[in-house]
Write a protein that binds this ligand. Sequence first.
Ligand SMILES: [Zn+2]
Length: 353
Amino acid sequence: MNNTFLRYLTVSITLITRAYSQPAISSVSVPVSLLTKHVYALTDDSFRGRETGTTGQLKAAQYCVQSFRASHLGSVFRVDSAYGSFYQPYFLSYSTISLVKTERGTLPLTYKRYELAPSPVTKWDSSQVVASHNVAGLLIGTDLKQEVVVISAHYDHLGYVEGRIHPGADDNASGTASVLSIASVFDSLARQGIRSRRTILFALFSGEEKGLLGSRYFVHNSPIPVQQFAGNLNIDMVGRIDYKHRKKPEYCYLIAGPKDDQLRKLVSAANKRSVAIELDYEHDSMNDSKQYFYRSDQYNFHNFGVPAVFFTDGEHPDYHRPTDTADRIDYQILSKRATLVFQTAWLLANPDS
Ligand SMILES: [Zn+2]
């Protein structure tokens, strides 16, 4: 028997699967219940505000890995060239700045300035070094599996500031919950035999609040060559509504690289066929006064030539304050924005051949 018939059969099955699955995909959404569960878990006091280099951040990393495992993702980082890991350890060093010069004089302000530290760290400088982890998991694609769509968010936050826990529900438990929940959605589709053509990398970075350091380490030390990244969809703060949209809360700011029009079109197409919320391009410029594009992890992907787009709700009075709590998140709009990212990822992961 030759394989012509087999090939015909495979093609037919593929076409049948596509015919049934494609219209269905646009009605797939990211469940409110899942997002709510993750946001409350990540903002629990036991995580202590998830500051990079603390036990709270490590606990958050463990929580994310547990969720990735439950979604049957594959490990991506190598350990001893044999075993896979969901963790990518890296080191940061800090120097304490005690006086800050401003235009009006010198302020007696103490803060720590962080940078990536070379590893392994020597014994004698370890007092000014902290260890941290990025977390990532992989869902292997079908015929285009060498091409990778990166869905990312940072999971760290500020920890304790002036004796108060900063839970960071919007910043960025909302984005982290989105990535974890989108992974679950992809997993449930995969278990029904519906898989994307490209591979999906779900990446959660620490070190963002210290200066986008986790994602910078990642792009410089990626286990998958960065050239294989088809695009980065980065989610940072997607659970609140800013003043501008208080009367029409179904929106999302989109900010992409100057050459990333294809990605803009894709988000727009994904939006039209699914949640149909307002896409706000007010800050979609490298010269925008808010400088949003430079202020989250997509910037590091952009610097490596990866098409990148940033999904965000903008800012609100609880930004970087102890009042950024889980009960203030709007879970309906969070679900719509997470669904928008899922739908965009699906289109990006299934290019027309
Ligand atoms: Zn922040």
